[in-house]
Design a protein around this ligand. Structure first.
Ligand code: GDP
Length: 328
């Protein structure tokens, strides 16, 4: 159901900073001739927002192929953040979902990284310090218009920038998902060659439309069991597959997996569906609520680079530096 805003409409936009009126803004664009472009003006506007300026920062990125429900998920994050995570943040049954999830208008999908124009200010539970929370939508892994290099670049950059990276996958966690992730992390590691720290923070495989809850239950618990199974190493395995697993584990402070139920046929087949909760299966609503809350509780994941928590201003500088490496 969701259409996309044409690239030319979301590049170079001067956007509103009134609370509750944010919009998705293009930060990284991959042009049709496969050039990679950072929109510094847009990024600066978000990061120098008066309420976020100089605060430490937490960045949640949802990444993966088109049309797999990333925007839909991000809209639940927006609801949580706009309603300060209060108990009934999921909202009323007949309220349409809005935000990253938009309708009509465009023909062309945007590839690259979009960021929500409005930072959200949350207090961390341990020190009570205010943290700026940013949401990113990383689009275009392995679609028909992108080259492998385009995908690897945009995905690696998103991994380097985010404190929580949600890798959105449908149905199952397969060998090729691990291979793609390995390629992306290798790209990222080349760019971060000086660092001796674990290069990336938290990666969550989010498996949509999980249909085997009788084997592995929905949520983190079943996800962890599935992940352990997929990451198993045994003597019959080809050395390449063993090394891939060892290398991947070393790349992240936290590597976990969450199994999400199917949202119901109305969500994926009805042209009239506009995100109303009453049209979504109860299981999905319960598990999406738990998933969103788990990204902020028991504590926020503040972005760290080389073991140090960074501010919005520093994030801007790192963003620029990383982009220069990939542009070279
Ligand atoms: P994106 O391109 O990855 O951001 O995908 P969208 O969020 O725009 O969703 C694409 C389509 O998938 C829409 O019709 C959604 O209603 C539908 N959708 C959203 N979440 C799910 C899900 O978990 N499973 C299925 N099967 N469809 C979903």
């Amino acid at each position: 159901m969701s259409g996309r805003i044409p690239t030319e409409e979301i590049m170079n936009t001067s956007f509103s900073s009134t609370p509750g009126t944010g919009q998705p803004i293009q930060i990284i664009d991959i042009t049709e001739d496969h050039k990679f472009k950072l929109n510094e003006n847009n990024l600066q506007q978000i990061l120098s927002h008066p309420k976020a300026r100089l605060k430490k920062v937490s960045i949640i990125s949802v990444a993966g192929a088109f049309r797999k429900g990333k925007s839909f998920l991000l809209d639940f994050f927006l609801r949580y953040l706009n309603r300060n995570g209060r108990e009934d943040w999921l909202g009323a049954d007949d309220e349409p979902l809005t935000g990253f999830h938009w309708k009509g208008g465009s023909e062309r999908d945007t590839t690259g990284i979009l960021m929500w124009s409005e930072p959200f200010i949350l207090r961390r539970n341990d020190t009570k310090e205010e943290i700026a929370v940013l949401l990113m939508d990383t689009q275009g892994a392995f679609d028909s218009q992108s080259t492998v290099k385009d995908c690897a670049t945009v995905f690696a950059l998103s991994l380097m920038i985010s404190s929580i990276h949600v890798y959105n996958i449908t149905q199952n966690l397969q060998e090729d998902d691990l291979q793609h992730l390995h390629l992306f992390t290798e790209y990222g590691k080349i760019a971060l060659e000086d660092s001796h720290e674990t290069p990336f923070q938290r990666l969550t495989f989010l498996i949509r439309d999980w249909s085997f809850p009788y084997e592995y239950s929905y949520g983190y618990e079943g996800g962890q069991a599935l992940l352990d199974k997929r990451f198993q190493i045994n003597s019959k395995q080809h050395q390449e597959l063993t090394e891939l697993r060892i290398n991947l584990k070393k790349c992240f402070n936290t590597l976990n997996c969450y199994l999400m139920p199917h949202p119901g046929l109305r969500v994926c087949t009805s042209p009239e569906f506009d995100g109303k909760l009453k049209d979504i299966e109860l299981d999905f609503k319960n598990y999406v609520k738990k998933f969103v809350e788990a990204q902020f509780q028991p504590n926020l994941t503040v972005k760290q680079i080389n073991g140090r928590e960074i501010t919005t201003l520093e994030l801007f500088e790192y963003f620029r530096a990383y982009c220069r490496i990939f542009e070279a």
